[in-house]
Write a protein that binds this ligand. Structure first.
Ligand code: 5GP
Length: 116
């Protein structure tokens, strides 16, 4: 099967706790949350990573970031602050090769992760 997990979530073939949807993006809770709020935002069109998305469709990348901001407002973390990350490639910790923004917040997050 060539579809990634996230395409299956877009197609509602795999269940997810969807918190927001637009014409071009989908936001759902991470199954393994690393913060009190941990939501993934994906474009409905598949690009492997944020670099490919930025090169091919900067407007769609803006949509992803706009949805991340909407989710932060909706989850009540916009004022206190939050983190948006795009893990990219194996060393970046990417495990699902359909670009996604992690929206993390709800507690002080500390510094960025150090190399393992
Ligand atoms: P990555 O490691 O690629 O940056 O992020 C992939 C994320 O997808 C991980 O944080 C992981 O917990 C999450 N994830 C993996 N499988 C599922 C799933 O079936 N449903 C949801 N909602 N999240 C998942």
């Amino acid at each position: 099967m060539s579809e990634t997990l996230f395409e299956q979530i877009i197609d509602r073939e795999v269940p997810a706790d969807i918190v927001h949807e637009t014409e071009t993006t989908l936001a759902f809770r991470d199954i393994n949350p690393r913060a009190p709020v941990h939501v993934l935002v994906i474009p409905k069109t598949r690009y492997r990573n944020v670099a490919e998305l930025a090169a091919a469709d900067p407007r769609l990348l803006a949509d992803v970031l706009s949805t991340a901001a909407t989710v932060a407002e909706q989850e009540g973390i916009a004022e206190a602050g939050y983190r948006v990350t795009f893990n990219t490639g194996d060393d970046g910790g990417q495990t699902v090769y359909h670009v996604h923004a992690h929206v993390l917040g709800g507690a002080p997050l500390g510094p960025e992760a150090a190399p393992r």
